[in-house]
Design a protein around this ligand. Structure first.
Ligand code: 7RM
Length: 630
């Protein structure tokens, strides 16, 4: 595949990719090491939510991320690891070392009886071993399910049980800023309720004392000594499962998005090389956690399959001070920097000396992902981090899409602040109105759908294909519905306006309002709850909870604290409500549905224009809510 390098090339390639998708994708896919070439490029039926890519192809993604770069990149750094503690030495892991470590983990898992198709839960912080763990699973055909190490025992239980994980890989603890978290204690608490888990393997990180359950718990450092670094890659079908990654749904139950080997490999590599215009020997830093899809696709699989040097950063942007990102970027001579608007917004508030203390001249390309970026943050990022010289690629995509879909191509696409701009070749968006009609032409606004498949799209929700169909393919029959709203302007450029359903995005983390509601409902004083998002300067969206108690609370502050602590315990601190308004009722329609539109407006500070409230059972409740708004 030839990488697009001019606006003309973009237009030509885009056109070809739509006219002859089969030829386009066959060309993209020819850049890889296949054990056996595919027989057919794709097969699809959106009415059945059925999609397959590179049918009959055989491969192993780790051969494309590792073996393929050896021996010529044996001494090149694959992973550049930076600790949470700025005084701890960084680690440079070469492609040869990464290969050896991945193979050892593969063998270590095999020793515990893990076989192709078995699910392995990975609950680890951002240390090099988490990369060995993920790729080690892929090496032997085990399906990894990474759970963000900031999630609580309750969230871990749901995710482990939903996919029936056999083994859990974890650490004694983790560091995050000035905090130390005892991960193993959380795992111990969870595993009491996880009957499918046979073994846990615990990697040392914080050296805090942990209890090891005989017959179940093993030390990573003991087990890894017992195995060799010779681990032939399992031959996988293109459509065999590579991983499951949980994302919030609009009911309380998280959705285990399923990604498969061939299409995901092709697409993450293609988008990485195209969007970021990656050049040989560059250092790429994506600041996401591997617990999110961004970490899967653009810390590991995309960069490694391209033979890049990828940074893994254990810390947080604010520790030991607000200059940490820029310190790390200077230290490791980072060339491409990819982060979330929420991080930019929080760093933008700090004095500029935190940026100006560092030399960021090696940085050539900037990226954002996770939420719409506001104008102010865009300009700050462009001027102060990019020195007015670096393009910003505002990349729109989802856990479900597996990789970047709508985005500028660095140094190719004209930039327009707050716009994700244009679809990548192979991507076919369609904007729909509420009645299911496609809005063609320029200058339209509606719901964003995709009318043609792409290789990295999720294939199903683990164990629940019907839910997959209902969630993504039923709103607009024959199309994939993203759940996002968007505008297509006079130039045909896309601007993503946010979720149109009940998912909220706090600091770039996708959360279902229902999940937070069910956590709040567990408080014995609480009778019913409705949660909505509201605009938040730093986090993008904040959590606003409307809570009905059995008895109007006497000590509101005390109860607020208890509710926050409870949510923190059940889901994790990220989901804690920023505002809790006690109400006596909620605006409900006759069919019992809460009219969230009203709650959202009040949470946004809008009190006059609440729209039609005549279908409510009790319209008076709206006045009470409006008057008590926080
Ligand atoms: C990669 C990721 C997906 C949701 C998505 C959008 C929002 C992501 C952008 C964006 C505006 C962007 N996966 N979103 N990127 N909105 N501009 N560049 O974030 O599954 O966790 O979230 O995030 O609403 O549907 S995710």
């Amino acid at each position: 595949m030839e990488i697009i390098q001019s606006p003309q090339a973009y237009s030509e390639v885009y056109k070809k990719s739509i006219e002859d998708p089969e030829a386009f994708w066959a060309d993209v896919a020819s850049d890889f090491q296949w054990r056996k070439k595919w027989d057919k490029v794709f097969e699809w039926d959106f009415h059945k939510a059925d999609v397959k890519w590179f049918l009959g192809g055989k491969l192993n993604i780790t051969e494309n991320c590792l073996d393929r770069h050896l021996p010529h990149k044996a001494k090149q750094t694959a992973i550049l690891w930076e600790s949470n503690d700025p005084h701890e030495p960084s680690r440079h892991i070469t492609y040869q070392e990464l290969y050896d470590n991945v193979c050892r983990v593969g063998n270590m898992l095999k020793n515990q009886g893990v076989k192709k198709g078995d699910r392995v839960c990975i609950y680890m912080p951002m240390i090099p071993e988490v990369a060995y763990a993920i790729l080690g699973c892929a090496r032997i055909g085990a399906v990894h399910s990474v759970v963000f190490a900031g999630f609580s025992a309750g969230s871990l239980i749901d995710r482990i049980n939903d996919s029936g994980c056999k083994v859990v890989l974890t650490t004694d603890g983790s560091y995050r800023g000035d905090k130390k978290i005892d991960l193993k204690i959380i795992v111990d608490e969870a595993l009491v309720k996880c009957p499918t888990v046979e073994k846990t393997i615990v990697c040392r990180r914080t050296m805090n004392p942990v209890s090891m359950k005989a017959g179940r718990d093993l030390w990573w450092h003991d087990e890894i000594k017992k195995v060799s670094s010779d681990c032939p890659a399992e031959e996988m079908d293109s459509e065999d499962l590579l991983f499951i990654l949980y994302t919030s749904g609009s009911t309380g139950k998280p959705k285990g998005m399923v990604h498969t080997c061939g299409g995901y490999m092709v697409y993450t590599n293609y988008t990485f090389r195209t969007v970021f215009q990656y050049q040989e020997d560059q250092v790429f830093w994506c600041t996401a956690d591997v617990g999110w899809v961004t970490g899967h696709s653009y810390i590991l699989y995309g960069p490694l399959s391209a033979g890049a040097t990828t940074v893994i950063f254990e810390g947080v942007p604010s520790y030991p001070d607000m200059g940490r990102f820029w310190h790390v970027a200077e230290k490791h001579r980072v060339n491409i920097f990819y982060t979330a608007p929420t991080a930019i917004r929080s760093l933008e508030k700090a004095p500029l000396s935190f940026v100006n203390n560092y030399d960021l001249q090696t940085v050539k390309i900037l990226g954002t992902v996770g939420e719409p970026i506001n104008e102010e943050a865009w300009h700050w990022y462009h001027e102060h981090i990019g020195r007015g010289l670096c393009p910003i690629v505002d990349t729109w995509w989802q856990t479900e899409t597996g990789g970047i879909m709508i985005s500028p191509i660095a140094n190719v696409t004209k930039l327009k602040p707050t716009f994700a701009t244009l679809p990548l070749p192979g991507v076919q968006p369609a904007v729909m109105d509420e009645n299911g009609n496609e809005l063609t032409g320029h200058g339209v606004e509606g719901r964003l759908t995709l009318k043609f498949p792409w290789p990295a799209m999720a294939r199903t929700i683990y164990g629940d294909h019907q839910r997959f169909k209902d969630t993504y393919f039923s709103t607009f029959p024959g199309k994939y519905f993203t759940g996002d709203g968007c505008k297509r302007d006079e130039d045909g450029f896309y601007r993503i306006t946010g979720r149109v359903d009940d998912i909220i995005i706090v600091s770039g983390h996708n959360m279902g309002t229902a999940e937070i509601e069910s956590a709040i409902d567990e408080h014995s004083a609480v009778c019913e709850t409705a949660v909505v998002g509201f605009p938040h300067d730093i986090k993008g969206q904040g959590v606003y909870a409307y809570v009905i108690c059995y008895d109007m609370p006497h000590e509101e502050e005390k109860l607020r604290k208890e509710i926050r602590d409870l949510v923190s315990k059940i889901i994790g601190p990220i989901a804690k409500p920023d505002k809790i308004q006690f109400v006596s009722g909620l605006p409900k329609t006759r069919s019992g549905k809460i009219m969230r539109r009203i709650l959202r407006k009040v949470a946004e500070g809008e009190t006059s224009n609440l729209g039609d409230t005549s279908t409510l059972v009790d319209p008076a409740v709206v006045d009470e809510i409006r008057n008590g708004a926080l």
